[in-house]
Design a protein around this ligand. Structure first.
Ligand code: GLP
Length: 257
């Protein structure tokens, strides 16, 4: 670790290598919990960053007998206003890229709802927090990072104690999502997200970042001062958080100079 880094960081040659390493850590948690007859509670993420991790977990399930029968999952976030069958919804993403291909029981899967009425949002979010607690809390949380510095959809300035709630999406986030939605006008303006405080309670956290487009935000998060301008910097204070990045995402760090 260089002395300007405030985060435990592992650098891999590329996304493929880093993703296999992350999948192995997740598999280890599942196996350890299984061996004790306990349920593994995993917090999962969407976006392009976890895609190869999910592909590797699917391969392990098919070829190595890694079972998800005793796994519960809680996803970080969902766009507000999208139904589950919308191909841009995170419900759709998770089923398409992971859940439909592994042996996880449907009732063990939790993705925030994006379609409750506005006056039901608060009670729905309280219910999500309670459901995570009732499951025993998150053993693990997988994260990507938005170029705005968000984790989940905790845009700046998010409070470190924040809980699951509705947020307004940052302009950078909406611009980044625009191509997938066929134009900025189609991108939702708000979302439901676990809070920073919700994420922070996870026993172990891995944040992944791949590619040069993440180099600037990785530098600000890993070497910068903790602040609500970059909510991901709160992770500097988590006791068991590792950033797993590729060379391109690490390219602006002092140690790469
Ligand atoms: C979305 C998600 C985040 C994710 C981010 C980065 O905004 N809500 O959880 O980390 O995108 O996406 P990507 O992994 O595609 O760069």
């Amino acid at each position: 670790m260089s002395n300007v880094e405030k985060m435990k960081l592992e650098i891999y040659p590329d996304q493929a290598a880093g993703s296999v390493a992350v999948a192995q850590q997740i598999a280890q948690i599942i196996r350890e919990k299984n061996a004790k007859g306990e349920t593994a509670v995993l917090g999962l993420a969407t976006g392009s960053s976890p895609l190869k991790v999910y592909a590797e977990l699917i391969r392990m399930c098919r070829e190595e007998g890694l079972s998800f029968k005793n796994v519960k999952t809680f996803n970080l976030d969902e766009y507000y206003g999208l139904t589950q069958d919308n191909d841009q919804s995170y419900w759709y993403f998770m089923h398409h890229n992971l859940f439909d291909h592994i042996d996880i029981p449907a009732e063990n899967v939790n993705v925030p709802c994006g379609t409750m009425a506005m006056n039901e949002v608060e009670s729905w979010c309280e219910g999500y927090e309670k459901k995570i607690e009732a499951a025993g809390g998150l053993d693990f949380q997988l994260l990507g990072i938005g170029r705005s510095g968000h984790i989940g959809f905790n845009e700046p300035p998010s409070d470190p104690q924040s809980k699951t709630r509705m947020i307004h999406l940052h302009q950078i986030t909406r611009n980044d999502a625009a191509p997938a939605f066929g134009g900025l006008d189609n991108v939702p303006t708000s979302a439901i997200t676990m809070g920073v405080g919700t994420i922070f309670k996870a026993k172990k956290i891995i944040l992944m970042a791949w590619g040069a487009s993440k180099a600037d935000i990785i530098k600000r998060t890993v070497e910068g001062v903790m602040s609500d301008d970059v909510p991901a910097t709160y992770l500097q204070a988590h006791p068991n958080c590792t950033f797993v990045v590729d060379k391109a995402a690490a390219s602006l760090l002092e140690r790469s100079k």
